[in-house]
Design a protein around this ligand. Structure first.
Ligand code: ATP
Length: 437
């Protein structure tokens, strides 16, 4: 095993990261637990990539250690008893996962592993790739020593993704997706033998054997990558998406749409003036599944236990986007654009925006997002009451009518709004209802 000391590299980390590591190391030493940072943090430290979340492994009782840390840091912790792990969130929002070093065995392919306490070497041996099987000793006496049983350091230098053992993808086929994720994220190469093992697992349809909820979680991680499109293209070329739906393979047109998602999403995120979270992974998924028939689409969302709102968004996009695009092609008033687009989730709006090739249609969606959505009328329910109107469901209708009129430029000021209300809404509805509003 290589025993390089990377303490110097640790000193390039922000002060609070270094202090946190030393603190954790000291508490472990007091309890007599050998303690390590493992996985992504170590890999990213050596690559010079920012990554502050910590995976801590102790050769000892992980939950007891997490409890001790949480009480000394004055933060809460959540324990996952089944795996002997716990998670703390520090005051500066850094996630610290704490685990007992463990050994894993798989009873049958694609099963969840059986775990029992083990050494740090056991814990690293159960990991996916050599580059993720590195640990950093953070105990006081050995602070910064790199623990590298599987030549992960060498593979990092070689930019290689290498499995730790030959049936790795059979034991846990989600590692196929993970290999592609890291390959595309870092621009690494899946090493030759590992690639043969990966293709062999694909030939055996191992991905289809994985529990759908695990596949969903791993696939969402792919779709959240900034290189998501490249990952999708790679999966499409290698095996297609039969692990989601039989025979699903993307055609050029869908790939062209998917290619535009990252750019549109970043543009929206960086420019949209209101606070609104858009799930970029859902955009990818909606386009990926767009050409399934409606029943299959819903079945996929149910089988993978996505949320109802996510399924609805995908259905709306599938069923309604073409009709919406043709309605938006016609010269229509802002209030009509508003009525078409307002009911849509943001993810659908952005996908429709991407699918629109007509500049005028794109302009309408942009106007809706950046202008119409911010327009507000002056009056509200209270003021309608103050004007002597009896409250009821008609309030909503009246206020909406006012909003549509304002969108269409019928008035600007509150006074004009009141006049419009009297002359164009109340007068008409009074006439229609034989004198009653
Ligand atoms: P990211 O930067 O995407 O968070 P990460 O390496 O931290 O990358 P996680 O999914 O958070 O990825 O997993 C943490 C560590 O747990 C990995 O580095 C790896 O060592 C191990 N790991 C995760 N999933 C698996 C798996 N399916 N098989 C083996 N080891 C795994």
């Amino acid at each position: 095993m290589t025993m390089e000391n990377v303490a110097k590299r640790l000193h390039t980390q922000p002060q609070e990261v270094l202090a946190r590591l030393r603190f954790i190391g000291n508490v472990a030493q007091e309890l007599g637990y050998p303690v390590y940072v493992v996985g992504g943090f170590v890999r990213d430290l050596l690559l010079g990539v920012e990554d502050y979340d910590l995976d801590i492994v102790v050769e000892g009782d992980g939950i007891h250690f997490a409890k001790e840390l949480s009480s000394r840091l004055h933060v809460g912790f959540v324990k996952h008893k089944q795996f002997g792990t716990a998670t703390l969130i520090t005051h500066d929002k850094v996630k610290v996962d704490v685990a007992t070093a463990r050994q894993e065995t798989y009873e049958y392919p694609a099963s969840l592993p059986k775990v029992k306490p083990g050494s740090i070497k056991d814990d690293l041996a159960r990991r996916d790739f050599t580059i993720n099987a590195l640990a950093l000793d953070i105990s006081r006496n050995n602070f910064g020593a790199l623990v590298d049983f599987f030549h992960g350091r060498k593979d990092l230098n070689k930019k290689a993704i290498r499995a730790l053992y030959d049936i790795s993808f059979i034991d846990d086929p989600t590692r196929i997706l993970r290999a592609i994720r890291f390959e595309q994220r870092f621009g690494f190469t899946i090493e030759r033998h590992t690639f043969t093992l990966l293709k062999d697992a694909l030939k055996k349809h191992m991905l289809e054997a994985v529990h759908k909820h695990r596949l969903r979680d791993e696939f969402i991680l792919i779709l959240k990558e900034s290189q998501a499109f490249k990952c999708i293209k790679r999966i499409n070329g290698l095996c297609g998406f039969a692990f989601i739906e039989k025979k699903l393979r993307l055609k050029k047109k869908a790939l062209n749409t998917l290619k535009k998602i990252e750019g549109t999403y970043t543009w929206f995120r960086d420019n949209y003036p209101h606070k609104h979270k858009v799930e970029v992974w859902l955009l990818y998924l909606m386009v990926l599944l767009e050409h399934l028939d409606s029943m299959r689409l819903k079945k996929v969302f149910k089988e993978f236990a996505f949320r109802r709102s996510e399924m609805d968004a995908a259905s709306i996009f599938k069923e309604e986007s073409s009709a919406m695009l043709s309605r938006l092609k016609a010269p229509i008033a802002p209030s009509v654009i508003y009525k078409i687009l307002q009911p849509l989730p943001y993810e659908v709006l952005l996908c429709v925006f991407i699918k629109a090739h007509d500049k005028k249609v794109k302009d309408k969606i942009r106007d809706f997002l950046f202008t119409y959505k911010s327009i507000q009328i002056h009056l509200n329910g209270e003021e309608l009451k103050a004007l002597g109107m009896a409250p009821g469901p008609q309030f909503k209708r009246i206020l909406l009518q006012l909003l549509y009129a304002k969108l269409d430029g019928k008035f600007k000021t509150k006074e004009e709004e009141l006049i419009y209300l009297r002359h164009n809404i109340l007068a008409k509805s009074c006439a229609k209802n034989g004198g009653k509003v």
